[in-house]
Design a binder for this molecule. Structure first.
Ligand code: FES
Ligand SMILES: [Fe+2]
Length: 397
């Protein structure tokens, strides 16, 4: 049993020290090269448990993480909650109409303030012992604490985090001081989508007005592979003929193209005239990847948002949120899209899980890129190297 020294400060503990760079992270591996001459990142980055904590702290926490639809937090007292970068978060609109975000973690003993994915609340009440917090995060009600000494409620307010919206989607950032603004990250995406519809009738243009789309459904897929394996796989069309022969028939593989920008890359391909399973024929399909773990899959009248979450060093999960324009057929389209995604996901999950085992084997360390079809993977891995470089060059913290 220990006693508290009278001069020991009482109050919330300081956060844990940041993880040290993984022993397997070599300075040479952080060198970036052009696509034509670059190697892929080392296998240890996908398999070594030290990279799991490092990715979370220096890549995922230093980014804007998608939470859910802004429409669910439109009214005062409405909230949404989720887990991002391994942390429970709640986003709530306060009485005055300001959107606020907090860790969904009570300062008593870590209980949850809300357990539902969405709802309304005039106060945030911990679901464990009932502490209550105002929607500005101040601790208000503390039942049965009269005899606890040296306790000041002002020391136990909720930890607030940054929140922002983009095109009807809510994002939070756990380390905004270390992360560019969301608008800077997304710069150019909306303009590109709108430009693609210039010259079309107004009805077609509104089909790409993402902010007007309505949330329809969420699915989550579990994958026994490192989160970066899933991202790599998303970022190239090289695997389509062998892994997704049916999907390959729907897209015009001959005109498949990847463009890279500062924080994101774009794969696009016209949907073939003779297909109708994944979107209107002859329209563009846009597959945006926003570093480090966000995907925006855009067809006219439909937005599918994916967020790839770390689970363990060799496991991740992937959220699929579906949004639609106000079409009379939105429900039918959602059902068809989810069935189609189930099939494509099963194929991607199977190949990613095989790749994870290959990366863990004795036989593999680094490979090379297809110049024509793996530019998106190279872009992601280059950004990752820059994030690692930044993390290692600012030591010690
Ligand atoms: S953990 Fe929240 S009231 Fe106890
Ligand atoms: Fe795939």
């Amino acid at each position: 049993m220990s006693t508290t020294h009278p001069h020991t400060p009482i109050g919330p503990a300081a956060p844990d020290a940041p993880p040290r760079p993984p022993a397997a992270l070599k300075a040479d591996d952080l060198t970036t090269r052009p696509l034509a001459t670059s190697q892929t990142i080392p296998s240890a980055w996908y398999t070594d448990p030290e990279f799991h904590a490092f990715d979370r702290r220096y890549v995922l926490e230093r980014s804007w993480q998608y939470v859910g639809p802004a429409s669910r937090t439109a009214e005062p007292f409405s909230y949404i909650s989720d887990f991002v970068a391994g942390n429970p978060v709640v986003v709530v609109r306060d009485r005055g109409g300001t959107l606020r975000a907090f860790y969904n973690v009570c300062k008593h003993r870590g209980g949850p303030l809300v357990t539902a994915p969405c709802g309304t609340a005039r106060m945030l009440q911990c679901q464990y012992h009932g502490w209550t917090y105002r929607l500005d995060g101040m601790l208000r009600g503390v039942p049965r604490f009269d005899r606890t000494e040296l306790f000041d409620k002002r020391d136990y307010g909720l930890t607030e985090i940054a929140v922002a919206t983009w095109e009807g989607l809510v994002f939070v950032c756990l380390r905004p001081d270390e992360t560019p603004p969301l608008a800077e990250i997304m710069d150019g995406i909306r303009e590109r989508i709108e430009a693609s519809e210039t010259g079309h009738p107004a009805a077609a243009r509104s089909a790409c007005d993402l902010a007007s789309f309505q949330f329809a459904a969420r699915d989550t897929y579990d994958v026994n592979a490192n989160w970066k394996v899933y991202v790599d796989n998303y970022l190239e069309g090289y695997h389509l003929p062998l892994v997704h022969p049916e999907l390959c028939d729907l897209l015009d593989f001959g005109t498949y193209n990847t463009e890279t920008f500062d924080w994101y890359s774009l794969q696009h391909s016209p949907i073939r005239a003779d297909s109708d399973a994944c979107g209107p024929a002859n329209e563009q399909a846009y597959y945006y990847f926003v570093f480090p773990n966000l995907m925006l899959n855009i067809l006219p009248g439909r937005l599918q948002v994916n967020r790839v979450d770390q689970v363990r060093p060799n496991a991740c999960s992937v959220v699929f949120d579906y949004y639609y324009g106000e079409l009379p057929t939105a429900a039918d389209r959602a059902a068809a899209d989810r069935t189609f995604s189930d099939r494509v996901q099963a194929e991607d999950i199977d190949i990613c899980e095989h790749v994870q085992r290959g990366l863990e084997s004795n036989a593999y360390d680094r490979g090379r890129f297809s110049y024509d079809l793996e530019g998106g993977v190279h872009h992601f891995q280059t950004r990752l190297k820059r994030a690692y470089h930044r993390a290692t060059s600012v030591r010690p913290e």
